[in-house]
Design a protein around this ligand. Structure first.
Ligand SMILES: [Zn+2]
Length: 237
């Protein structure tokens, strides 16, 4: 039932039947049998009717209390999309941060991992440009035969300018998976909370051997600060 209502709310918001703007206030009254704008069922005299009021003139909307709640939640979810962590949802903000990180360092692919405090492993939460083999292989990283694993172990940014010829990857399966994914170079930057805990890793990958310019790495530092704050904030929520 809740799913159905949520779907209706989502569809009507999308269609514009239910507005997405900020409300001025909501009037509550006794139902008069008029249909609910969301579910289209009558709001009966024993039920409470919600009538949202806006800053501008528009046709009246009447809602059941439950339908109003669903619409309100959906409206809030939309508003917060891409903003600072909404309800602990890290996905949107981190995907945007990753996208910027890829752009400013001229990367071809990238991912952000979160450090799982329980297992001590790095787990991919958002990624861009990778196929299933890479994502399966690196879904959880704990060892040091990777750039991110080494960055986790050393606490330092690790830059591998040529995956095909680097000690970190020497003789490892990770090397082959990287090269098959077209990742010839990689940088991994640890994400630190303000209290000094490792909370994740921001990695960008390059199809050509080489390293990002120092200027780009500085910009990546700023971005990493932001990513760390998002993750840390979501954790303490
Ligand atoms: Zn309704």
């Amino acid at each position: 039932m809740r799913n159905t209502l949520a779907e209706i709310g989502h569809a009507k918001l999308h269609a514009g039947t239910l507005p997405s703007e900020q409300l001025l206030k909501v009037w509550f009254s006794v139902g008069t049998g008029n249909p609910c704008t969301a579910c289209e069922q009558p709001i009966l005299p024993l039920q409470t009717e919600c009538e949202p009021q806006y800053y501008d003139e528009r046709p009246p909307i009447r809602l059941h209390v439950a339908c109003h709640g669903v619409w309100e939640a959906e409206r809030r979810r939309r508003r917060d999309k891409g903003r600072l962590v909404a309800n602990g949802d890290l996905y949107g903000p981190l995907l945007e941060i990753l996208d910027v990180g890829i752009q400013i360092t001229g990367a071809d692919m990238g991912n952000i991992q979160v450090h799982a405090p329980g297992t001590g492993a790095l787990e991919i939460v958002v990624h861009q440009g990778f196929e299933a083999e890479f994502l399966d292989f690196f879904a959880t990283v704990q060892d040091h035969t990777t750039a991110c694993g080494t960055a986790m172990a050393t606490g330092q940014r690790i830059i591998v300018d040529d995956v095909a010829d680097n000690l970190i990857f020497a003789g490892s399966e990770a090397r082959d998976v990287m090269l098959r994914a077209g990742a010839r170079a990689v940088q991994s930057t640890p994400l630190w909370s303000r209290t000094g805990d490792l909370v994740g890793m921001l990695s960008t990958h390059y199809r050509r051997a080489g390293r990002p310019a120092e200027r780009d790495l500085h910009r990546l530092d700023v971005l990493s600060r932001l990513a760390a704050d998002y993750i840390d904030f979501a954790r303490t929520e």
